[in-house]
Design a protein around this ligand. Sequence first.
Ligand code: HT9
Ligand code: FE2
Length: 318
Amino acid sequence: MTTQIGVLVMSYGTPESLDGVEAYYTHIRRGNPPSPEQLKELKDRYEAIVGGVFPLRENTDRQVEALQEALNKDNRDPEVEYVCFQGLKHAHPFIEDGVQAMADQGITRSVGVVLAPHYSAMSVGGYIKRAKEKAESMGIEMAFVESYHLHPKLIEVLANRLSRRLDEFEEAGANRDEVRVLFSAHSLPERILATGDPYRDQLLETSQAIADKTGVKSWQFTWQSAGRTAEPWLGPDILDTLRELSKEQVKYVLSAPIGFVSDHLEVLYDLDIEAQNIAAELDMRLMRIESLNSDPGYMEVLSDVVRSKADQWKADRS
Ligand SMILES: CC1=C(CCC(=O)O)c2cc3nc(cc4[nH]c(cc5[nH]c(cc1n2)c(C)c5CCC(=O)O)c(CCC(=O)O)c4C)C(CCC(=O)O)=C3C
Ligand SMILES: [Fe+2]
């Protein structure tokens, strides 16, 4: 008899439409509605990238579908069938809805994984906490993938994307060594460092591994998309980094937002519009590596870490 293993695929979530932005933003702000100015500012950003269409939603749907396919194709264990469910942090279907859907289907064992490779108690830790609480209340056993930031296949697919852009710089007349590579990720409040959070170290490890694999020597790590709150966030921000590099006469910059896996606001607005505008002002040539989205290599990474969790957890029980 085959056993179904549920896979809760968790991601940040995005509104369904411009009308949904207020409820979404209110959820991010833990129930505090944004001011009219804050709301307008966020809606303007969404309009700038998509004119009312939200690419992250379709992207996440496709990733979940592709992961389920990858998990069941070449399945090492014919007695197991994987069934994927989506669980979003700030939008429908919420993390709790995903767990509920598993329970409704009679699933009692599951693995949770987040569409973000690096662990922080403030990001991935928050997803896991909510899934765990709901799963416990529904009597579902759940194991979690916490991070996969050094998975060899992840490094390989990111390194390939980086190399491709370096080739393009070369074709455009630049020397490979003249290109400064800027690895980046979503900033978090500085206070995470005081508690020994692994987020920054994991991001630096991914950066170093990609640099090693591609032979890139001229690279640095910088933050992006910091929140607009009074407390200090991790820096330097990518916009300031670009200004600094301009003073150093750097002309070619390659952005590698390794903290993200999908095309969404932080990539399509913060990098492709905001950072591109600064680069143009500074007379720099800025390119960005392609997002992973549902790249088959990324799906391999996810299916591998999910299967390993499921195997480990089967071994623990027997
Ligand atoms: C670590 C991290 C990731 C990466 C890991 C992961 O993927 O989980 C991430 C991803 C994303 N963040 C997103 C959107 C937003 N994040 C905000 C605000 C915040 N993000 C935070 C952290 C992170 N965010 C934090 C600490 C805040 C402050 C409020 C709070 O304490 O929670 C705000 C409010 C306005 C603003 O500040 O800009 C928005 C609109 C979207 C969806 C974009 C789309 O719809 O295309 C995605 C993928
Ligand atoms: Fe965010």
